[in-house]
Design a protein around this ligand. Structure first.
Ligand code: HGY
Ligand code: MN
Ligand code: MN
Length: 389
């Protein structure tokens, strides 16, 4: 499976560009459908492009167990964030069949669209729509960087029924840190997800000539942005939270002109919702103060927010059981996941992490060794076997 997926959407840096509904991402979806067809899994798609491949043996009834993840990537992301959960789910189905296991309840492999929010801006857009935590009315007008609306690339409209009847969700994911490296184990389980959000900062000033405008006469929004970025890092360093400006748009973006407008996106994360509100508000206040000093202005808009998620204890305990009688370690994650959205929607959820030796994620250096991936598949298969007995 990895051999087939590896070249899809890979660019010169070795990173992946699998933005939702681009040809590369659609190729990963076509690959998924083929893998499902080869396993006689029935694929259902909702009006937003979310997929679930069902293994529903005759007589299987009751609340379904769902596993899976996503196939889209951030811009120039790694190859494992998302696909590892999908590949491992397919491999776990193979393992269960080799063991002769027949699920007593339907077992599904989900692939949620636009988990990263790299095209339409909202993280976990697909799972938010699938669970009804976001409405079609608010999603259809979301636009990508070229002005294409989400409503132009999906059928939309009708409510998704894809996760109706799902009684639990187990998402396997590459670790996005080095906790498991330090603990010297290949697999871990998640305890919680930090609350996090995305905030758009619109800085406005006055476009002018880079040579003839005296420094003291300028109203330069780039300076307000730069000062805000430095302050964000200083504040987050002090509080132990996370604050990142990773995306910027400058208008008109000319070398010899003071810009008229700078739009910057803040990704902020903190250990509690109160701490998140506080760090975002401190950064916003600092931006306003600096704007006053520079004769510019700033408006802050929350584009998406994700609450704190605590994974279901009984399910997590089940998933953390090792075949040797021990248990996999539990670790917190500062990353967002569809599992968090399903959990917030009331579906009992747990996550498995597979060790990433580099600890790097959302970048080409993201990695998981084959033997660790296999340990992940075994842990997932063992969990699914217990859950579908
Ligand atoms: O951005 C995130 O936390 C995630 O990996 N979607
Ligand atoms: Mn990610
Ligand atoms: Mn992911």
């Amino acid at each position: 499976m990895w051999r087939e997926l590896a070249p899809v959407g890979r660019v010169r840096t070795g990173g992946y560009r699998r933005q939702p509904f681009t040809s590369a991402e659609r190729e990963t979806v076509a690959w998924f459908r083929q893998e499902c067809a080869a396993r006689d899994l029935t694929v259902e798609e909702d009006p937003y492009g979310n997929l679930v491949a069902w293994w529903r043996p005759e007589g299987a009834a009751g609340d379904a167990v769902l596993t899976g993840s996503h196939l889209d990537s951030v811009v120039e992301g790694g190859g494992y964030d998302g696909p590892l959960g999908v590949v491992s789910a397919l491999a776990a189905v193979d393992a269960l069949r080799e063991r002769g296991h027949v699920p007593a309840v339907p077992l599904g492999i989900g692939v949620f669209v636009e988990e990263e929010g790299s095209r339409f801006g909202i993280a976990c857009l697909g799972s938010r729509l699938a669970t009804g935590s976001m409405s079609w009315e608010s999603a259809r007008e979301l636009r990508d960087r070229d002005g294409v609306a989400f409503g132009d690339v999906v059928a939309g409209g009708a409510r998704s029924t894809l996760v109706e009847g799902v009684g639990s969700f187990v998402e396997l994911h590459v670790e996005q840190g080095r906790d498991l490296v330090h603990r010297e184990v290949p697999v871990g389980v998640a305890t919680m997800i930090w609350p996090h959000g995305r905030y758009r900062f619109d800085f406005r000033g006055e476009a002018n000539h880079a040579g003839t405008t005296r420094m003291g006469d300028r109203r330069d929004p780039m300076l307000t942005f730069a000062g805000t970025a430095l302050e964000a890092a200083r504040i987050a360093l002090e509080t132990g939270d996370r604050a990142t400006f990773g995306r910027l748009e400058v208008s008109p973006n000319g070398t010899n002109a003071v810009p008229e407008r700078v739009t910057a996106w803040l990704d902020a994360r903190a250990g509690s919702e109160e701490a998140l509100r506080s760090v975002v508000s401190q950064i916003g206040s600092s931006a306003s103060e600096q704007a006053t000093g520079h004769g510019t202005s700033v408006d802050v808009t929350a584009e998406s927010e994700s609450p704190e998620v605590r994974f279901e204890e009984a399910l997590t305990a089940e998933v953390s059981r090792r075949s040797d009688g021990g248990s996999w370690p539990a670790i917190a994650t500062m990353a967002g996941h569809d599992a968090g959205v399903l959990s917030a929607a009331g579906i009992p959820t747990a996550m498995l992490f597979v060790r990433n030796p580099t600890g790097i994620s959302h970048a080409p250096a993201e990695y998981a060794a084959p033997e660790d991936c296999l340990a992940g598949v075994e842990a997932l298969a063992d969990s699914l076997q217990r859950l579908t007995r």
